[in-house]
Ligand binder design. Structure first.
Ligand code: MN3
Length: 200
């Protein structure tokens, strides 16, 4: 059974003016689709052909002979998680259980924002910034390239922000901080974070 590209949870123009339809046409329509297509080519007619996306990630993580499968599978998973980490009605201060967890773990929303943006800004080159739950507390992490906290079974990913250049170049050119500000102020989906926290 081939891995499929999941539907976006909103229309391709729904994140404007923060992220344009043109960016989603490339980022979802071309990049995310390419990871799906590459992965399906790599696993076709192999013992991995019927594995789930999560099984493929766990079976290939840390195995340099399976780097191609890992990179494409993890990028399929990371991007689906990223689309849900944003909402047309998102952005701003958190509500619900995640608000209290952020206060408890970081000392407040402003401190969280600063630490999350710093993680994104200091991820040299391509990668991701993450908010995860671990042992009853929240942590901010950054990962390079396709690396994902999904491979750390001691934590639960709550939110991610793609900081690969393809996520922001058409809308913000080289200004990663401006993109990260738009993500935090206009897009971050606290409802998704609360749903993930409830399962942690
Ligand atoms: Mn991307």
């Amino acid at each position: 059974m081939a891995i499929e590209l999941p539907d976006l949870p909103y229309a391709r123009n729904a994140l404007a003016p923060h992220i344009s339809e043109e960016t989603l046409n490339f980022h979802y329509g071309k990049h995310h689709q390419a990871y799906v297509d590459n992965l399906n080519k790599m696993i076709a007619d192999t013992p991995h052909a019927s594995a789930s996306l999560e099984e493929l990630i766990h079976a290939s993580a840390g195995d340099s002979s399976k780097a191609g499968i890992f990179n494409n599978a993890a990028q399929v998973w990371n991007h689906t998680f990223y689309w849900h980490s944003m909402s047309p009605n998102g952005g701003g201060a958190p509500t619900g259980a995640i608000a209290k967890a952020i206060d408890d773990s970081f000392g407040g929303y402003d401190a969280f924002k600063e630490q999350f943006a710093t993680a994104g800004a200091t991820q040299f080159g391509s990668g991701w910034a993450w908010l995860v739950a671990k042992g009853g507390k929240l942590e901010i992490r950054k990962t390079a390239n396709a690396e994902t906290p999904l491979t750390d079974k001691s934590c639960t990913p709550l939110i991610t922000m793609d900081v690969w250049e393809h996520a922001y170049y058409l809308d913000f050119q080289n200004k990663r901080p401006a993109y990260m500000n738009a993500f935090l102020e206009g897009l971050i989906n606290w409802g998704f974070a609360n749903a993930n926290l409830a399962k942690a």
